[in-house]
Design a protein around this ligand. Structure first.
Ligand SMILES: Nc1ncnc2c1ncn2[C@@H]1O[C@H](COP(=O)(O)OP(=O)(O)OP(=O)(O)O)[C@@H](O)[C@H]1O
Length: 251
């Protein structure tokens, strides 16, 4: 196992408000890392720093480093377009574009300059297969993506993230809008995907974190209180605050 992402002393301010305080994390390749913690503690903020989505927020100031594959993504000459290709993101509510399944899938690759129809067709099939939804949609690729069920839409969004061949996938509560069956399918899919990708998932569901993640980071008011092997953290938490949170005493 090697470090895929290293976060070093990350401080983040939204105006005068400090949302992250000296966050340090060493994230391993081909593992699922869960971010847990009560609402507003900085999980999504940390996730968005990894693909520099916070760059778009006015008054957001970031200090510290994030190193991906030994490159500092906050270095002055770092190309953000390369980063967006390397890091895919899946959001809380499925958000397919209001267009056909096929068009959803080729949107990213086309943005990155791929025009050849046969290559695009190949990417569509490979990504939909990768997200375990190919068999359900292969005969209806022209159908509007919004006509799919919520669970199918979320798998389509995962397929869309895969279409630009990233190696990191960030997921911000990807199952919170889904029923238990769709949630189970996404969890199985994510477990399968970690063979090829490095995955970070924000979740409010403690069972989900303990079921599928290898490592867990527990956040509280912008700090990481505890980070380590998920099984150990859930069986013998080192910090009383972690124990209180995972046993449902607060949050
Ligand atoms: N664009 C923004 N401008 C100002 N403050 C923000 C902004 N985004 C987030 N915050 C604040 O930063 C803190 C951390 O928010 P963040 O969304 O990272 O929390 P979270 O742990 O992901 O919460 P949740 O579980 O509710 O999604 C919160 O206090 C939030 O209000």
């Amino acid at each position: 196992m090697s470090s895929k992402i290293v976060i070093e002393d990350l401080d983040l301010y939204y105006g005068d408000f400090q949302a992250l305080k000296k966050v340090n994390l060493d994230i391993q390749e081909n593992e699922i890392t869960a971010f847990i913690g009560p609402s507003g503690c900085g999980k999504s903020t940390t996730l968005k720093c990894i693909n520099r989505m916070n760059d778009l927020i006015p008054n957001c100031k970031i200090e510290g480093n994030i190193i991906i594959d030994n490159e500092n993504i906050y270095a002055k000459d770092y190309d953000v377009n390369t980063l967006r290709k390397r890091v895919g993101m899946v959001f809380q509510s499925p958000n397919p574009f209001p267009m056909s399944i096929y068009e959803n899938m080729v949107y990213g690759p086309k943005t990155h300059g791929i025009k050849d129809r046969a290559t695009l067709d190949e990417i569509v099939e490979k990504s939909l297969r990768g997200a375990a939804i190919w068999d359900e949609v292969k005969n209806n690729l022209k159908k509007n993506a919004l006509s799919l069920s919520g669970g199918q839409q979320q798998r389509l969004c995962i397929a869309r993230a895969l279409s630009v061949e990233p190696d990191i996938i960030l997921m911000d509560e990807p199952t919170s809008a889904l029923d238990p069956i769709s949630t189970g399918k996404i969890e199985d899919l994510v477990t399968e995907l970690k063979k090829k990708y490095t995955i970070i998932m924000v979740t409010h569901n403690m069972q989900q974190a303990s079921r599928i993640s290898d490592k867990t980071a527990f956040f509280l008011t912008g700090e990481i209180i505890e980070y380590g092997d998920t099984f150990e953290m859930f069986s013998v938490p080192k910090d009383k605050r972690t124990e209180d949170y995972i046993t449902g005493r607060f949050g």
